[in-house]
Design a protein around this ligand. Structure first.
Ligand SMILES: O=c1nc[nH]c2c1ncn2[C@H]1C[C@H](O)[C@@H](COP(=O)(O)OP(=O)(O)OP(=O)(O)O)O1
Ligand SMILES: [Mg+2]
Length: 208
């Protein structure tokens, strides 16, 4: 497979999640790439009809690459909880209902974290609380070529949520070997272990 030129040049971050866009911008910062988000370009948010992280990441990357004429990097990610048979998995975003706030629409993360916790609580105090964040990055070019990289971060779920940093389910996820949640540590520390940084390292090794 031939690798395409990426650096220097423009790259679309094919995500409408501000927390993810912030993290991907930080991960790209050392590589002399000019990132522009799908939101900045006013690109539509495609419906995520895939049943795997890979399918959804490819669907989002191809949609932004063909709409913009630029290479596009999409991230499809989620939380797999062992005791729940891997749920919510590819449906992690869907477990957080959309909330119309004034100004920007958002999602109700507290309710989503509570749903996961409620299901674990049904299994009693000895429930296995281990969980894994998965991140699949798809990089697509306007000519239809694409490459996919997957990263994982093992950890466990805590309750109640702790911390205000990060985004999404960060306040309940404690990475293995740590006692703080992803919402209690700096972005730099999160990038040292995160599923997104793991996938990004594979992308850098494969493409840059
Ligand atoms: O580091 C993370 N820290 C906390 N939560 C996370 C993380 N990484 C993914 N997540 C959660 C957020 C969302 O509920 C789901 C991803 O869903 P996913 O469809 O890939 O993203 P999204 O709809 O929020 O934005 P978009 O599709 O426009 O990129 O997993
Ligand atoms: Mg999504």
């Amino acid at each position: 497979m031939t690798h395409r030129e990426l650096s220097p040049g423009k790259l679309v971050i094919a995500s409408h999640n501000a927390g993810k866009v912030r993290e991907i911008r930080a991960l790209l910062a050392p590589y002399g790439i000019e990132p522009v988000s799908a939101g900045d370009l006013g690109l539509p948010e495609p419906e995520e009809t895939g049943t795997t992280f890979r399918d959804n990441a490819l669907l989002k990357a191809h949609a932004s690459a063909s709409a913009s004429g630029l290479p596009a990097l999409a991230d499809d990610s989620g939380l797999e909880v062992a005791a729940l048979g891997g749920r919510p998995g590819v449906y992690t975003a869907d477990w957080a209902e959309r909330q119309p706030y004034e100004g920007e629409p958002g999602r109700d993360w507290y309710m989503a974290m509570g749903k996961v916790e409620g299901l674990l609580a049904e299994q009693g105090p000895d429930a296995d609380r281990s969980a894994c964040f998965v991140c699949t990055l798809a990089l697509a070019w306007p000519d239809g070529h694409a490459e996919v990289f997957e990263g994982r971060a093992e950890g466990s779920l805590t309750w109640p949520p702790r911390g205000i940093l990060g985004f999404g389910y960060d306040p309940v996820f404690v990475p293995i070997g740590n006692s703080l949640t992803y919402a209690e540590i700096s972005p730099e520390e999160k990038h040292a272990t995160s599923h997104r940084a793991d996938a990004f390292a594979k992308l850098v090794a494969g493409v840059f």
